[in-house]
Design a protein. Structure first.
Length: 145
């Protein structure tokens, strides 16, 4: 192999590594923070909805293409609901969006009854997985109602 081809391959690998690192940094700079919680009551034994309002900050001047954001809502390590979005684009600046979690009262009834009987408010843990084009980043938040 001649030297020119080797230099071109090395330059291509270096550029790809730089782009991957830049994408990782961009993924770390985009932040999600819960800014509100709303409980939407379902009919009788039907599933209710817990809406978590998320604030999204993109401090860069670049739009970010996301494959999806997946999430799960937990009480004391027990998953009570999951969420998955489709593909979307994050524009520069601040925006907000809703994560709607369907809560099945039969699934989590015992856990909630134990907490209520002990006069404790449940602490919810929201785990989100940001799926960027080449990798994913996981974050956890505690939500205290």
């Amino acid at each position: 192999m001649n030297k020119t081809v080797k230099y071109l391959i090395a330059a291509g690998v270096g550029y790809a590594a730089y782009r991957l690192y830049s994408l990782y940094q961009l993924g770390e700079k985009v932040t999600y923070t819960p800014s509100g919680v709303k409980f939407i009551k379902g009919d009788k034994l039907l599933a209710s909805t817990l809406r978590v309002v998320m604030k999204l900050d993109n401090p860069t001047k670049t739009t970010v293409n996301m494959r999806s954001v997946d999430g799960r809502l937990e009480i004391k390590g027990k998953v009570i609901s999951t969420f998955s979005s489709g593909k979307f684009i994050i524009p520069p600046g601040s925006t907000s969006f809703n994560l709607d979690f369907k809560i099945d009262p039969l699934n989590i009834g015992v856990e909630l009854l134990n907490l209520i009987a002990n006069r404790k408010l449940p602490t919810l843990t929201l785990v989100t997985i940001k799926r960027l084009p080449l990798f994913s980043i996981e974050e956890s938040f505690e939500i205290k109602p």
